[in-house]
Ligand binder design. Structure first.
Ligand code: NAD
Length: 311
């Protein structure tokens, strides 16, 4: 089971799982995802898409959900800054009630449970780059807290089931990931800049643009997640890349690669926006044999092409 299977990252994960022969049930309520992201799988004999809100009890009448799962991968959650403002209660529920419910189901099925956590668990980090041993610097009542704290709760719940019930679990802390199937209007930097560049509009960089992110092409991330699934490791394990760049550099690169005439401009920055972000990938490398391979310019080109064909 992949929750949120019609979303950006999880739909690529579904593709990878099907490609290696798994039978996959995706559960999604399309709150931020889209049927279109899995439309190419409509006729796939090993794929089932179920429309349901996983913060509610799972529909018991559905045949695909009545079977025992080998693995439950909890990827459902609105995840963009605009979602933090517009869907705060949905985010809290999917990171708490839904996580507990899915952990119960994994326990009943004796399934491996994979929790999609986030670099946001580190908040605005005071340690750089961030190793998994760093406990983070999160504002518990700030505008981003619904997401950060829901994911931290999910991690705590996952570890409690592991310690108390002996559940087989794996936690991945995902750093900024991009690629085809992102929503152009989701408020994250890459889809925003690419959409603006393709329309020839000003690129709206937040603040001075000196804040950094380390961007990861979705194929690399999915390889890491599948390696975690196979490994039996508990984690948490960071997954992403060390290609750290400032938001200004990112904007300029996107303008150049898309051949756009857009100007880079600066707008006010959101509260608690992290200053720096780069994973320490030592654990992923040593425990999972993980190594990201996609060059950022190649990944950005592929993403620009995807957005250009849909403009
Ligand atoms: P996304 O919004 O494209 O995907 C999330 C999916 O979950 C959507 O299809 C949405 O409709 C579904 N969903 C949300 N609430 C649901 C509910 N209650 N019931 C059923 N389905 C529900 O976002 P994404 O960027 O692909 O993120 C996927 C996961 O990866 C999230 O858990 C996110 O926190 C995590 N993550 C992503 C990134 C990133 O850079 N993209 C970074 C860190 C963590």
């Amino acid at each position: 089971m992949v929750t949120g299977g019609a979303g950006f990252v999880p739909s690529h994960l579904v593709d990878a799982l099907l490609a290696r022969g798994a039978t996959v049930v995706a559960v999604d309520n399309f709150i931020t995802g889209s049927k279109e992201n899995v439309a190419h799988l409509a006729e796939h004999p090993r794929f089932t898409l179920i429309e349901a809100d996983i913060s509610e009890p799972l529909p018991s009448h559905t045949e695909a959900l009545a079977k025992r799962f080998d693995a439950i991968m909890h990827f459902a959650s609105p995840a963009s800054p605009t979602d933090f403002a517009q869907l705060p209660l949905e985010i809290l529920r999917v990171g708490s009630v839904a996580t507990l419910q899915l952990l119960d189901r994994a326990h009943a099925d004796r399934a491996r449970f994979i929790m999609a956590s986030t670099s946001e668990a580190y908040g605005d980090p005071l340690v750089h780059p961030q190793p998994e041993t760093y406990w983070g610097n999160v504002n518990p009542v700030g505008v981003r807290s619904v997401y950060d704290e829901a994911k931290r709760f999910s991690e705590a719940a996952t570890m409690a089931y592991h310690r108390f019930h002996g559940l087989d679990v794996g936690i991945v802390r995902i750093f900024n990931t991009y690629g085809p199937r992102m929503r152009p209007d989701d408020g994250r930097a890459i889809p925003t800049f690419v959409s603006q560049a393709l329309r020839g509009e000003p690129i709206t960089v937040h603040g001075t643009g000196e804040q950094t992110r380390s961007i990861c092409y979705v194929d690399d991330l999915v390889r890491g997640i599948v390696a975690l699934l196979d490994s039996g490791e508990t984690g948490p394990i960071n997954c992403g890349t060390e290609h750290e760049m400032t938001m200004r550099e990112l904007a300029e690169t996107i303008v150049r690669l898309s051949g756009s005439s857009s100007q880079v401009t600066f707008v006010p920055r959101g509260a608690d926006d992290p200053e720096k972000r780069r994973p320490d990938l030592t654990l992923a490398r040593t425990l999972l044999g993980y190594e990201p391979t996609v060059d950022p310019e190649d990944g950005l080109r592929r993403t620009i092409e995807y957005f250009a064909t849909r403009a």
